[in-house]
Design a protein around this ligand. Structure first.
Ligand SMILES: NC(=O)c1ccc[n+]([C@@H]2O[C@H](COP(=O)([O-])OP(=O)(O)OC[C@H]3O[C@@H](n4cnc5c(N)ncnc54)[C@H](OP(=O)(O)O)[C@@H]3O)[C@@H](O)[C@H]2O)c1
Length: 305
């Protein structure tokens, strides 16, 4: 039977296990996808820890994973626009991605461009889509100075590249070990921690025009005063801080219409999701632990085939 990686109850990594589950049968509006690759994201362990339990109560055991890429093997009733054999990627709003087979809703699915690998495509529904939508909210003009807070992680790497593509000057905070990596994306690297605002000011003496935050909490409060117009602070990480500061928090929208443009960016070479860690499915625990440690370099992906 196909394998899935689940958490059996809310809690720590000790609740994680591989289980054999029957190959699912697609219902109306669903694609049965043979998964080639699944993205690993902070939300995966946050759901397991119960942080989202109030908003997303799940029958347990629940299969990890909110984004995949693979090949359509069966289609449910009423599906239009997809056929068996299509290479697709997409989002799983109710989890299920760390599995050899998933039921992908057509509303959150998109075709994978031929030139985009399954491992890259598996990262687009969460990180790259969030980066694109966060940058869109900031309406950056060429020459604007953007601070990306958390530039070395999954969303950050995409956000830096998309903003650079719009002609913005980008400053990216990240750990000291990521200076070369963040610079290679086209941003000026600033190490976070004590004195971070002074270090940003040293490279942007007139302040910054906008902040795209991917960390939240103290790390966001430490730099928020650098932007004069607080409505130009957008965070994907901290709704509470956004409300207190007068900035904006958003949740990524995952539809074919929002996912296809980011895949097109990758296909054109304008965006590299920087999949720096690819692990076989059997090493799901290690992959998730790496992301849970909070210092991911670009994206981590599991491969099922
Ligand atoms: N709202 C939404 O729709 C949405 C969608 C996706 C994700 N998210 C959330 O957005 C956040 C970022 O996601 P992600 O996928 O980019 O996470 P990620 O891949 O784990 O990256 C987070 C990055 O932040 C860096 N970091 C840690 N502390 C920092 C600090 N004080 N200052 C600057 N950088 C710091 C980490 O590495 P270093 O410390 O090594 O630099 C890491 O590279 C998470 O909270 C996630 O749950 C929200």
């Amino acid at each position: 039977m196909p394998k899935s990686y689940v958490f059996t109850e809310y809690g720590g990594p000790e609740t994680q296990a591989f289980v054999d589950l029957p190959r699912p049968v697609p219902g109306p509006g669903q694609l049965l996808v043979a998964v080639h690759a699944a993205g690993v994201n902070p939300v995966d362990w946050k759901v397991r820890a119960g942080y989202l339990r109030e908003f997303l109560p799940l029958p347990l055991p629940a299969t990890f994973g909110t984004e995949v890429a693979g090949v359509v093997e069966e289609i449910g009733d009423g599906v239009e626009g997809f056929t068996i054999g299509d290479e697709v990627f997409g989002a799983l709003p109710l989890l299920g991605g760390y599995a050899e087979y998933v039921l992908l809703p057509v509303q959150t699915a998109a075709r994978k461009p031929a030139g985009v690998s399954f491992t890259d495509a598996a990262t687009l529904s969460v990180s790259a889509a969030t980066a694109q939508q966060g940058i869109d909210r900031l309406n950056l003009t060429p020459g604007a100075t953007l601070l990306v807070n958390g530039a070395g992680g999954g969303i950050g790497v995409a956000a830096v590249q998309i903003a650079r593509g719009l002609g913005a000057t980008v400053i990216g905070t990240a750990g000291p070990g990521k200076a070369e990596f963040v610079s290679s994306l086209g941003a000026t690297h600033v190490p976070y921690g004590e004195g971070v605002a002074d270090r940003v000011t040293a490279v942007a003496p007139n302040g910054v025009d906008a902040v795209f935050d991917l960390v939240g909490g103290d790390a966001l409060y430490a730099v928020a005063h650098l932007v004069a117009d607080k409505s130009r602070i957008v965070t994907a990480a901290d709704p509470t801080a956004a409300a207190e500061l007068g900035g904006g928090y958003f949740q990524v929208e995952q539809t074919g219409d929002t996912l296809s443009p980011v895949a097109a960016l990758v296909a054109s070479g304008a965006l590299d999701p920087h999949v720096t860690t690819v692990m076989p499915f059997a090493e799901a625990a290690a992959a998730l632990a790496q992301v849970e440690a909070g210092h991911a370099l670009g994206k981590t992906v599991l491969t099922m085939r």
